[in-house]
Design a protein around this ligand. Sequence first.
Ligand code: ATP
Ligand code: MG
Length: 485
Amino acid sequence: MGVRRSIITRALRYSISTAVIAAIVAVYFRWVHANEMTVALTFLMVILLVAANWGLRHAVYLSILSSAVLNFFFLPPIGAFTIGDSRNWVALFAFLLTGIVASQLAERARREAKMSRFRQLEAERLYEFSQQMLVTGNVIDLLNMLPQMIAATFNLAGAAVYLREKDRVYRSHPNYMDVTAAELRDTAFTRDHRVDDARGVTLAPILLGTQPIGSVGITGAGPSPQALDAVCGLAAIAIERAGAMETLTRVEASRESERLRNALLDAVAHELRTPLTSITAAITTLRSNALLDQEQRGEMMQVIEEEAERLNRLVGQAMEMAALDAHDIKLDMQMHSIREAVDLALQAIQPQLRTHAVDIRLPDSLPKVEMDLERIAKVIQHLLENAAKYSAEGSPIFISAEISKNQLMTSIADRGAGIDDFERMMVFDKFYRGQGQRYRVQGTGMGLAIAKAIVEAHGGSIEVTSQPSQGSVFSFYLPISVDDF
Ligand code: ATP
Ligand code: MG
């Protein structure tokens, strides 16, 4: 089909060239009567135009044809292929030579322009290809997409990629079977291209440095050998990079979970040991010392009760944190005012706040917001607990709420030691405990992490502003829906 069309095009071009020459002859011979020089230059112009657009073959044909025509119609004796004046022989020969040489030059320029257009297109495609490959960070995804990307980039009938490490062939579409797995495997142990013109198949190794790590097989006259090498080089780098990224992510994830596990174990072990030691000591005293009076016995019992309570709380917190982490909590969302949550929290930790003056500023105009009352009370409770724990006895604690940026902002402020910039980034992390407090005050480092998880489950956020030695302000935001007003 393609061959027939190109024969027709060629025949048509020869006919058009001949017709143009005939037209020029007609014009000059019959009507204009110009001298030989003008005619020759006109022919030369046509020859150059044809060479630039249609190639050398047509231009040479035209050069010969126009020399013959020039001789026959314009060089004396006119109407015969003989030439009277021997100088005209030289002129005619010079004309023919000029035509052919000029055609050759024009043809070369044409071919170079075509080549540079092709190169430019190929460079653009390679760039696009490299961009696409940088997007995927996972080796499996990359390998599944790679053949399709190669085929699409270079308009190929199909492409296949083989990777030695996985001993698998990836194909641009499942029924693309032009290259066999055996061929690809063989190529993956060489350093050269293999071209099978009969089948239109090219095979090339994927080299990482000088080491072949796989191969690519394509069908179609797409990329030049250099471009195919570039594709293979890019593929090698992308595969290597994706592999490295995967390993790194895996290592980081396991390191992080290892770190968390250690932190949890440390915190839990330490926290469990203290109450357990107290309980064991109290029980031992009760058992062995018959001389204790009623009051002392009561005190021991109280220690046991309090410490058991602490243990209970600790285990509860660890479990709540695990549930929040797994997004395993159901919120009981109802419309409540923030005052209700504050009251509930104050009730729960009354004893800890005894040594602080609590200043509450909650305007009546505040809208009710949708919240899980118990859990928001928990958040306030954690913040109040911290405020009491990390500020001096007798110093005030402020509870306030206001509307800010279409959200209800609730703040708990204290006049404690504050938190420095460095720690501010980490206090909401699980198990993180301040360097100053770690060994002084009891805690697990889970209070703020739990508070953050609860607030975020409500679609809100939590933040802290603090000036060292001036105190800290913890604020959390809850979204207000339009109909809450
Ligand atoms: P717990 O799990 O018992 O609450 P914790 O209080 O140590 O233990 P978080 O409530 O998560 O844990 O607080 C983390 C750290 O943040 C604390 O160890 C402390 O260093 C710092 N911090 C929290 N609140 C304040 C505050 N109001 N003032 C100063 N530092 C604070
Ligand atoms: Mg706390």
